[in-house]
Every structure is written in structure tokens, then in C-alpha cells.
Design a protein around this ligand. Structure first.
Ligand SMILES: Cc1cc2nc3c(=O)[nH]c(=O)nc-3n(C[C@H](O)[C@H](O)[C@H](O)COP(=O)(O)O)c2cc1C
Length: 365
């Protein structure tokens, strides 16, 4: 029987060759937002992984919207040139589509990269002022963000638009807006961070307003043939935060605005204990898929071929994103292909090591 995981999946004019997505993963290896040699190694290895889509890490649309000083950016032309150079080099060896996750970290910007320290940067470590929906810090010891006024919102929207245009110019195939994990868009959605009493706070309809404005502005400049989706939280894992019903309503609103897919993650609006386990976020993707009928990506501890296949065959999600499993084994999709009798693109240089299911990319000379 043919594996559904290895069937193509269309999103607008882009057709993914299979249903596996390399999840966005920050590398904290950029210099002033510019991709580095590490990106050539990292993207190069994952573009030969055989997945259907590679999603670039959270990429800042403004310098003050970086999570850490070393986050990747697309806030200026120099950033775009650096990323373009990396992509030009690695894409010679892979036909895998490349998406970018555009991000503004909001009140969680100006933080340490995880393997150096924890929590926010201090003034003597180069901290910069942060913005958010309300003057409410993420947690004790974090900066109090400056509450955004209309002008700040317009500036951020313009930054998303400019970054999207740069992404198009350097040949990126798909955009995912980062509206999860407590970053700016997510913080507007969550009552934990959004205490506004204007038309951007209070009801869910109001809290969705700014994220939808960003979505609309990006959709307007992003080419009609290219997909635009959103990563959002299925839950904040907090009584006073976002719940599955809110995520469903947000997904429905996004669909009405022309969104192509929802990548369903969770958490990050407060320090909370997350009940992690295999496929722990899948039920949230499933609810959105079933109730809204929009394409969904499930993510979170999807580590085996059987698990990934069952998620798509049981219609819990259309695509599965995989993070740590592909860092651990960048050829994880080759292994999945072997188990499920699927086939993946394999660079001709590695062809003798590949299984009988490997197909050499057609573009190799
Ligand atoms: C090193 C690392 C960096 C990450 N960076 C991002 C990121 O840039 N954007 C994002 O939405 N999620 C990020 N995540 C979360 C992953 O995309 C993914 O949702 C999460 O790791 C769960 O999937 P997994 O169990 O397959 O790893 C990161 C995870 C890891 C391990």
C-alpha cells in the first residue's frame, strides 16, 4: 500500500514532494542578522534530508525583534544578500522548497541564546528596549515592554512587509508568520500578555486584530502563487491564556483572510509545565483541521515513521514537521522512506549509500 506521507501536497502553486517538513529551528549563529558559514552547513545538510519542505528558523523582521543578538534577520538588504548567498550555494544540490518563518520577538526579544545563558540580557550585556501589546513583562526579571501605539504597529507591519519582499527577491518559496511561543503576534493573541483596553485587546476578536493586520499586509505583497501560513499556539497551557477554542477561531479567521496553512505548536506565553510526550500537540492540529478545514502542520515529538504516517492517514494533520529528530539524524526522511516504501531525493554524491528508494535529483549535471 502506498504511504500517504510520501504523496505530494499542493499549497497554491507550490507542490511539496512529501508531507514531511523540517521545522523552523533557531541557530543563533547570525552576525547582525546575516547568515553565517554555519547556515551553509545547517541548511545544506537539511536540504539534502529528503523532506518536502525546509523551514528557515525564526527570522527577525526588525533588529529589535530578534530573540537574541545572534538571530537571523531579514530587516535590511545586507541580511537578504547574506542569506541569498547561502541559499544559492546549497540549492545547487537540492530541489527542496525553502520557507522562512518571519518573526518579531516582541517582549521576549533581547534574550540570551540558550546555550550561553538563560533569560533576558542585562544592560551590560547589550540589552535593547522591547515592545509588546501591554507593559507586562514575560516573567519576573524580564524587561517591561513599551506598549505599542498605532505608529509602532504601523512600523512593525511595514517591517514584516519589507522582509516578505526581500524573501521573495531571494527566491524563498513560502512564508510562515510566527504567531506562537509568546513572541509579538502570539503575545497580542494571549490574554496573559495583552491587557489592552482599546480595539486590540479584550475580546478574542480584538486580540486577533493586529496579527490579522500583519497577515493581510504580508499577503498583499507576497506573490499570489506563493503560500503564506501561520504558526500559532493550540494552547498556552495556562488557564488564563489561549485555549484550543481560541486557536480554532484564529485559524478560521486566518482562513477567511486567505491563509494557506496553520502550523500548530503551543506554549511560550508564560513559564508553564508542558505535558510533553509523543505527538503532544497533534490534538490541537487535528481540531483545527477538522473544524476549520484548513491545511495543518502537526509538530512536537513526532519521531517515528509509523507515527508520522498515522497522523496523515488518520487525517489529524496534512503535514508533519520534525525538529530534533532531523537534527539528530539529518537523513531521518531517508529512513522513513525505507520503512514506508516511499522515495526521497538523494544527492548523487551520496547515492551509493542511499537505499533503493532514493531518487537522484533531476537537476544534477
Ligand atoms: C534548536 C531548536 C530551535 C528552535 N527554534 C524554533 C524557531 O525558530 N521557531 C519555532 O517556531 N520553533 C522553534 N523550535 C521548535 C521546533 O520548531 C519544534 O516545534 C519543536 O522542537 C518540537 O518539535 P520536535 O519534537 O520535532 O523537535 C526550535 C526547536 C529547537 C530544538
Amino acid at each position: 500500500m502506498t504511504s500517504k506521507l510520501f504523496t505530494p501536497y499542493p499549497l497554491r502553486e507550490l507542490t511539496l514532494k512529501n508531507r514531511m517538513v523540517v521545522s523552523p529551528m533557531c541557530q543563533y549563529s547570525a552576525v547582525d542578522g546575516n547568515a553565517s558559514d554555519w547556515h551553509t552547513i545547517h541548511i545544506g545538510s537539511l536540504l539534502t534530508s529528503g523532506a518536502g519542505l525546509f523551514m528557515l528558523e525564526a527570522t527577525a523582521v526588525e533588529a529589535r525583534g530578534r530573540i537574541t543578538p545572534d538571530c537571523l534577520g531579514l530587516w535590511n538588504d545586507e541580511n537578504a544578500d547574506a542569506l541569498h548567498a547561502v541559499l544559492k550555494a546549497v540549492r545547487k544540490y537540492s530541489s527542496m522548497p525553502v520557507g522562512v518563518q518571519l518573526c518579531h520577538a516582541g517582549r521576549k526579544a533581547s534574550a540570551h541564546k540558550p546555550f550561553v545563558g538563560r533569560g533576558p540580557l542585562q544592560a551590560d550585556e547589550g540589552a535593547w528596549p522591547v515592545i509588546g501589546p501591554s507593559p507586562v513583562p514575560f516573567a519576573e526579571g524580564w524587561q517591561t515592554p513599551q506598549a505599542m501605539n498605532r505608529e509602532d504597529m504601523d512600523t512593525v507591519i511595514a517591517a514584516f512587509v519589507a522582509a516578505a519582499k526581500r524573501a521573495d527577491q531571494i527566491g524563498i518559496d513560502l512564508i510562515e508568520l510566527h504567531a506562537a511561543h509568546g513572541y509579538l503576534m502570539s503575545s497580542f493573541l494571549s490574554p496573559l500578555a495583552n491587557h489592552r483596553d482599546d480595539e486590540y485587546g479584550g475580546s478574542l476578536e480584538n486580540r486577533m486584530r493586529f496579527p490579522l493586520e500583519i497577515f493581510d499586509a504580508v499577503r498583499k505583497v507576497w506573490p499570489a502563487e506563493k503560500p503564506l501560513g501561520v504558526r500559532c499556539n493550540g494552547t498556552d497551557w495556562h488557564e488564563e491564556g489561549i485555549h484550543a477554542d481560541d486557536a480554532v477561531a484564529f485559524a478560521r479567521a486566518l482562513q477567511q483572510h486567505g491563509c494557506d496553512f496553520i502550523d500548530v505548536s503551543s506554549g511560550g506565553n508564560a513559564y508553564v509545565k508542558v505535558p510533553i510526550g509523543p505527538g503532544y500537540q497533534v490534538p490541537y492540529a487535528e481540531r483545527i483541521k477538522q473544524e476549520v478545514g484548513i491545511a495543518t502542520i502537526a509538530v512536537g515529538l513526532i519521531n517515528t515513521a509509523v507515527q508520522a504516517e498515522s497522523i496523515v492517514t488518520e487525517d489529524k494533520a496534512d503535514l508533519v514537521a520534525v525538529g530534533r529528530a532531523v537534527l539528530n539524524n539529518p537523513h531521518w526522511p531517508w529512513q522513513v522512506a525505507e520503512e514506508l516504501d516511499g522515495s526521497v531525493e538523494v544527492p548523487w554524491q551520496y547515492f551509493r549509500a542511499a537505499t533503493k528508494k532514493g531518487v537522484p535529483p533531476p537537476y544534477v549535471r
